[in-house]
Design a protein around this ligand. Structure first.
Ligand code: SF4
Length: 180
């Protein structure tokens, strides 16, 4: 036997559309008028952004193994809302996880440019930070900051998954304090 709900669903929806939505709109409009758009909307935007970072799903060199491990069951980076996506158009975070060669540099910049704003970059490991053990090689970019702006640097060769998670938490703190 199917039990009818005490208040039919459509009725609840009608009350919501009639009373709750206009009241909420009115309250928000008043709040915006009183405090200004930046003060009200920006913290909400920052909160949503820092709790749902979507890093680009890619790998450059050995640091990428640690990057991959961070999303496994043991470290479970997704509990921080960090979910790798395979299209740069759906990403707001580029974790540069390995040696950057001049050969791959233009591809890296293209991927970065395809990511929508606001976007962030983490240089993971010594190679991405400054070329690492290959710094003097003719083929290696001595730091990914020569190509794209870097927000957080993570030291190590390779940094462990915990270090990558720590870098993400540092980035979240930066986003929390972001003004625009
Ligand atoms: S920092 Fe070390 S582990 Fe990471 S890509 Fe460079 S050589 Fe490999």
């Amino acid at each position: 036997m199917v039990h009818e709900p005490a208040v039919p669903f459509l009725e609840i929806e009608a009350v919501r559309a009639k009373e709750f939505v206009p009241a909420a709109k009115e309250a928000l409009t008043a709040l915006l008028a009183e405090q200004g758009h930046q003060k009200v909307v920006q913290p909400v935007f920052n909160w949503a952004g820092r709790n749902s970072l979507f890093p680009l799903h890619w790998g450059l060199a050995c640091c990428a193994i640690e990057f991959a491990a961070a999303f496994g069951a043991r470290w479970d980076a997704e509990r921080f809302g960090v979910v790798p996506r395979s299209s740069p158009r759906q990403c707001d975070l580029m974790i540069v996880n390995g040696t950057v060669t001049w050969k791959v540099a233009h591809k890296l910049v293209t991927l970065y440019e395809q990511m929508p704003e606001p976007k962030w970059v983490i240089a993971m490991g010594n190679c991405a930070t400054g070329g690492g053990p290959f710094r003097t090689a003719y083929s290696v970019v001595p730091g990914v900051d020569k190509l794209v702006p870097v927000d957080v640097y993570i030291a190590g060769c390779p940094p462990r998954p915990e270090a990558m998670l720590d870098g993400i938490l540092v980035l979240e703190k930066l986003i929390r304090e972001r003004k625009e």
